[in-house]
Design a protein around this ligand. Structure first.
Ligand code: SAH
Length: 249
């Protein structure tokens, strides 16, 4: 049930933490690990800290960009230790897994974790449908990377076990099943690029003073989880707008 969940680590500095993450994942039955530009990998330190979860390390995919890590995902969650200047929908780990696990048949989920020293950048956080925050001590809120992955993977496993004990929970909640596949992160990224260009074309967005316009539009669309047809309709509207403009000029 957890095959469709991938753990994405961005720019991890300490290979020991990658090993700790692999161990945490394997303990809880989560298998897909994607590393975005790790400082040092493969590494003996990672292998040692994995305590035998070497299969997770060996099958880990190493990529250059977050875009590559998110390819094909239609539910992207950024794990964040603190609030940001522009609010985003935030859930706690249990609420998150109650949403995700009953729908894993339809979802490809990425749980994205940040750098040990700086977390995730705003740009990375703005790629996410949701943020997840482990409600830690506000005066000391940041967990070790592998500890944060452990909490999330534990909650995923607990939800799977709850569903196995109570199979009615296994069904998606009434009204949550969808007729069309959700758009993937890469399709949404293309939509946002297209939208930005069209808004510049119609002089709504000033490229020299973009403010938070695209961030706010991203937040709007990402929190509503558009499906593939909806994204095609939006792109069709943008194309028609641009064509009309071309005709007039
Ligand atoms: N110093 C960084 C935190 C780095 S901890 C900062 O202030 O942002 C490394 C990663 O672990 C974070 O990027 C986040 O993905 C995860 N993490 C740590 N504490 C967390 C918490 N309380 N809730 C959710 N994720 C957390």
């Amino acid at each position: 049930m957890l095959e469709s969940v991938r753990i994405v680590l961005v720019n991890t500095s300490h290979p020991g933490n990658i090993g700790g993450v692999a161990r945490a994942m394997k303990n809880m039955g989560v298998e897909q690990l994607v590393l975005v530009e790790p400082k040092e990998f493969p590494s003996e330190k990672a292998t040692a800290r994995s305590s035998g979860a070497t299969d997770i390390l060996e099958s880990a995919r190493v990529v250059d960009t977050l875009d590559q890590a998110l390819e094909g995902c239609n539910y992207v969650v950024g794990a964040s230790a603190r609030g940001r200047h522009i609010p985003w929908p935030v859930v706690d780990p249990r609420t998150l897994v109650e949403d995700i696990v009953p729908q894993t048949e339809q979802l490809q989920v990425a749980l994205v974790f940040g750098r040990e020293d700086r977390g995730l950048t705003n740009e990375e956080l703005h790629r996410c449908n949701r943020h997840v925050h482990i409600p830690s001590n506000p005066d000391f809120s940041s967990l070790n990377l592998a500890a944060a992955v452990q909490v999330l993977c534990y909650e995923l496993r607990m939800q799977v076990l709850r569903q196995q004990r109570n199979p009615t929970e296994e069904q998606p909640r009434w009204g949550t099943e969808w007729d069309i596949e959700l758009a993937s992160a890469d399709e949404l990224q293309l939509l946002f690029e297209h939208m930005e260009q069209a808004l510049v074309d119609i002089d709504f967005l000033d490229p020299n003073n973009p403010r938070q316009l695209m961030t706010r539009l991203r937040r709007l669309y990402l929190r509503s989880h558009p499906d593939k047809v909806e994204v095609n309709v939006l792109r069709g509207i943008l194309t028609a707008t641009q064509k009309l403009l071309d005709k007039q000029n």
